[in-house]
Every structure is written in structure tokens, then in C-alpha cells.
Design a protein around this ligand. Sequence first.
Ligand SMILES: [Zn+2]
Ligand SMILES: [Zn+2]
Length: 321
Amino acid sequence: MELIFLGTSSGTPTKSRNVSAVGLKMQNSKSWYLIDCGEGTQHQILRTKLSLLHLRVICITHIHGDHCYGLPGLLASASMDGRKNKLTIIAPEGVKLFLESIINATQLELSFEVDYIKAEELTGILNLGDFDVGITDLSHRCPSYAYNFIEANIKPTLNKEKLLAEGIEPGPVWGKLQQGQDVILEEGRILKNDDFLEQTREPRSIVVCGDNDTPELLNDITPKSDVIVHEATYTQHVLNQVGTKPQHSSAKQVAEFGQQNQIKNMVLTHFSARYGYNEKKSPSINDVKDEALKFYSGNLFLANDFDVDHVDKQGLMSLSE
Ligand SMILES: [Zn+2]
Ligand SMILES: [Zn+2]
């Protein structure tokens, strides 16, 4: 599984960070999923291998502009590219109103159908192709959600020991069983593929959160999650100065939550524009990183635009070169 960060700034873009958007896909698959779509996301996509023709689902975490102002332009471009496949958008209800009013006002005729799913009404787990998707309520100035992407369609593996023990040597029979077919042997014996296929690992899960001031709301889903992508808009010192009204989290808060829940891999993103890359200036993004490292000893990442993070089959995340 791969996460492709397309925007990692909160509120406003900076020269080096665009506003929120992140792509998610299975390795070696063209089909992909977009979580949030801040203004300019389509420009960021142009600098990656992702194609609007293969975008399957857009999930919007909340109605704030830095998470959804990029939608109309992105849809218009997909239409001009000749997209035909239906696009699913899961979002709070206001996003549908926002999009429909722009589509009507600008007389935009899309070349494809849009299927809206209200985030407010999404309960349980919904299969969306490569992923089963669940949703968790967060705490922010408006309704905000976390999307939990659970790997679907894990290919079962052949139990080779069992086949050999039953006298079935490697060959075409193994191939047919692996493909999910039952096989009738020459002697008339029937081999059921179910008897020889097994799941050898748990599905991987990645949770991408919207803006949130209470990480503990994720307590129920974290035990089964391999990766949590969470905002860390401020350091604690700055959050204390700004106050709690914007309802964002500090790096300390998220790091403590990650440590308590023993989260394997944690990605911080959605940084206030005040945190630049220049270490000589204060504050800098290093302040956010240093604070998080003080409280969390797991596999920590601070997202940058265009980072591609790879999650292997054991659920361990690494930054692709
Ligand atoms: Zn935001
Ligand atoms: Zn927000």
C-alpha cells in the first residue's frame, strides 16, 4: 500500500506545502483513492504518476476550504480528460451543496456520473474495491471524520505442505487451486480449493484523519490500524498561545496518543504555515518533529508534499526514495 502526500499545510498553502490532500493506492495498481482535495490539488497530481482517469473514490474529511476547495477544478479537468467511469465522493452533506452550486453556476457538464455518499450516514464498513472503508467521528469546529481504509481482497496462499502430504506434486493442479478453482484428479478425487488455500496475514489498515482536537476519539480503531495519519497543526507552546478555539491538535498531544496506543506507524501532517524548513528560523518544522519524538517512540513521519510512503505486508511503513 502507498500513501502519496499531495498537500501538508493547514489553512493556507506555502511555497513548499500545498493545502490538504493525500492519495492512497495498492502497490502496482493504477486505481487510487483521494482523501481531501484542497485548492490546487490537481496541480500537485500532475507532478505524480496518478491519473484522474483512474481515481476511484474521493473522501472529504470536513467542509473547511483547505480540504475541499480543489474539488470543482479537479472534476472539471477529469471531465475534459474524457473520464467516463463513475466517481464516488464520500463527504459531509455541505460538500455536495458546494459542488452542485458551482457546477450549476458555471454550467459545467461532467462527462461522468458522480455518486455522493453522505459521510453523516455512513455506518459500518463499505466495500470500495481495493479497500473496505469505515468512518469515525472526530472533534473540530464542524463535523469532521477519520476514514479507515482496510485492505480488501487479500490473495490467499496455497498450503504447500498439505498438498505434498496428500501426494499432489507441484504442477498445473497447484495453479488451478491457487486461482480458486476446484480440481478433479484423473483418479476421480475432487480437490476443493478452500481446503488448500489459507489467509496467512491480517489485512493492513490505514486511518487518515480530518482536523481534530481529541485524538482519543480514535481509541476504538487504533488496535487494528497499522498507520495513523493525523494533523499536528501546532507545537504545544503555540497551541497554548493560540488557544483551543480552532480545535486543532499539537504534536505533543498526537504523539502521546500514539505512544499510549502503541501505534506502529504515525504520520503527522497539516502543519501551520508558520513552521518552515529553515532550521535557523524559529519556529521551524524541526520544532514539531522534536516535540513529537519526545513523546512517541514508534515509527514517526512528518509528511512533506510528494512524499510517497510504502506500507509493506507486515504493516511497516517506509519512505520511498
Ligand atoms: Zn484544515
Ligand atoms: Zn478544519
